[in-house]
Write a new protein. Structure first.
Length: 294
């Protein structure tokens, strides 16, 4: 009967919800264990200057090497880490590891002082009352310059900030630490508040870059974003560049930086070091960018 069917539906739903809750709980427990056992590593994806600048950046991207499930991508565990607050402990580990990597590269490649690493910072961590003090404390343990780290913050997380957070960001900014708006254009827009934040760089989301070539309207949108950024004194990174034609267009539009599989996928620290070696032992980068632009 209909009644029996309804009940069956309900049971199906609860068991599905139960299953979801179970696997969430399992993921949460797994995460706690993984933090204890240090099952994480940072990968580094090059951020290439499209101009003739010798600067080079990397974005640090976390990877979880699960003992049974293998590599778990961040999209599958960062949201849970954020909901449970575990992101804060994980976030400090990420910053510390990135600072350590910069210090190592600096020792390996003295004279090349322009290596910078972008670190994604979750809103929960950014809005800690002690965030700026703790960052300063961490920095005091490393022999690196503050401009070599850049915090990536999403639009959405900026929107959550109050004036006291903005003050804390400005204190860090005054120390030389830089900020980048991540995934620009995907959140609901904070255009009217954009100038309030001490932002150095705007990162155009990959969903825009992907449309280049198939959609002329998209190019106009990107042109507008770049003009806006430059007007506010920010430089621009385009993320998710996969084709030469995307690179060409972005370069023509005056975008300063590019990141994407066209240049390189995220690399583990050994491969990222190899990438640096190749870059520094030749005029490799200029040639590569030039070749790609042709
Ligand atoms: P995101 O910060 O926007 O990072 C860029 C993502 O785009 C990375 O995915 C990167 O591998 C991917 N990507 C870069 N170039 C290309 C391309 O040309 N094509 C395609 N298809 N993808 C490209 P990933 O590493 O899976 O990270 C996903 C998201 O997880 C990040 O997005 C970020 O929001 C979050 N995340 C990663 N690491 C951390 C971290 O250490 N802390 C926090 N809080 N979040 C992180
Ligand atoms: Mg990012
Ligand atoms: Mg991004
Ligand atoms: Mg993104």
């Amino acid at each position: 009967s209909a009644k029996a069917n309804g009940k069956g539906c309900y049971q199906l739903l609860t068991s599905e919800l139960q299953q979801q809750a179970m696997s969430r709980l399992q993921l949460e427990n797994d995460l706690r264990r993984a933090i204890q056992n240090q099952e994480f590593s940072l990968y580094y994806q090059p951020i290439i200057a499209l101009s003739h600048s010798q600067k080079l950046g990397f974005e640090a991207l976390i990877r979880w090497h699960h003992p049974q499930k293998g590599m778990i991508p961040p999209d599958q565990f960062i949201p849970v880490a954020e909901e449970t607050g575990l992101i804060i402990e994980l976030g400090w580990w990420v910053i510390k590891t990135a600072l350590n990597q910069i210090e190592i590269w600096q020792e390996q490649f003295p004279g090349f002082s322009e290596i910078a690493i972008n670190v994604n910072v979750a809103p929960q961590q950014l809005m800690l009352v002690s965030f700026s003090e703790q960052v300063q404390e961490l920095f005091s343990h490393f022999k690196i310059k503050s401009h070599q780290i850049k915090f990536e913050i999403t639009e959405g997380s900026l929107l959550k900030t109050g004036s006291h957070h903005i003050e804390a960001l400005k204190r860090l900014k005054n120390l030389g630490i830089q900020f980048c708006i991540d995934d620009f254009g995907t959140g609901y827009s904070s255009l009217s508040r954009l100038h309030e934040f001490p932002i150095d760089t705007l990162k155009i989301d990959r969903s825009f870059v992907r449309q280049i070539g198939s959609n002329q309207g998209e190019i106009e949108l990107i042109r507008t974003i770049i003009t806006l950024a430059h007007g506010l004194g920010m430089d621009v990174v385009a993320e998710g560049i996969e084709t030469k034609s995307q690179l060409n267009q972005l370069s023509l539009l005056g975008c300063e930086w590019g990141q994407g599989f066209l240049f390189s996928k995220p690399l583990n620290s050994i491969d990222a070091t190899q990438y640096l070696v190749a870059l520094l032992t030749s005029k490799w980068k200029q040639e590569r960018v030039k070749a790609l632009l042709m």
